[in-house]
Design a protein around this ligand. Structure first.
Ligand code: MN
Length: 231
């Protein structure tokens, strides 16, 4: 048997300090995982973590030092930035305990969970899925992945985003409501995680709209800086 047509290439993300590529299996995202962002979205308190997904080929890889070109998506007039720490899994599993989660982590990257906020607001109002708001093409700009043992103390790293040189988001990974290990524990109860899975861990406060021509520059201490211009 052969394929009816050539299969799409596997989506990949480069690995820092290596010529190996990280093959992306799935992209999981955590919703409202910083308290101040939950508040700005109209929620408060520590709710159980919840998840949504983006397609693997939504990644837009931007090498360190480069400026990625992200096309402004169709159907929206309110495209928002969400800077996030991305966790890359090197080992899968189900019902992973938080205490064992670190051994499943391959490395970390900086990502943008780009969001059609107007379509998300409509989806929330109508009780419809978020896919069109979150899972569109090029919706996941990402840096190369830094292996976990070279990423420094990621759990207390600053996370930030500037737009056209002005500060928009600034927080610290230690403000995650559900930390990385807890997130992996809960996520692995819902899906059997696989090597190649990426987890966008949530965004801090300060999300706002961006326009065509804007330059987004963001990072997490210890990881490459992510630079994207909206075309
Ligand atoms: Mn997000």
């Amino acid at each position: 048997m052969s394929y009816a047509f050539p299969p799409a290439p596997v989506a990949t993300v480069p690995v820092v300090g290596s010529d190996r590529l990280f093959p992306v299996h799935r992209i999981y995202c955590v919703g409202r995982n910083y308290a101040e962002h939950a508040k700005e979205m109209g929620f408060s308190g520590r709710e159980a973590p919840f998840f949504f997904m983006k397609p693997a080929d939504a990644v837009l890889v931007v090498q360190e030092g480069d400026t990625g070109a992200m096309p402004y998506p169709t159907l929206t007039k309110d495209l928002h930035h969400e800077i996030e720490l991305v966790v890359a899994l090197g080992k899968g599993g189900k019902n992973i305990k938080a205490a064992d989660a670190a051994s499943h982590i391959f490395g970390y990257a900086v990502g943008l969970d780009m969001t059609r906020r107007d379509l998300q607001a409509e989806a929330k109002k109508q009780g419809r899925p978020w896919d069109i708001a979150k899972g569109f093409d090029y919706s996941a700009p990402i840096t190369p992945i830094v292996p976990a043992d070279q990423a420094g103390d990621i759990h207390q790293a600053d996370i930030w985003l500037n737009v056209n040189g002005s500060k928009r988001q600034a927080s610290n990974v230690d403000k995650l409501i559900w930390n990385i290990a807890e997130t992996i524990e809960v996520l692995s109860q819902a899906w059997e995680l696989q090597p190649g899975d990426l987890i966008f861990s949530g965004t801090p406060e300060g999300v706002a709209a961006v326009a065509q021509g804007d330059l987004l520059e963001g990072g997490v201490t210890g990881l490459p800086t992510l630079k994207v211009r909206l075309g």
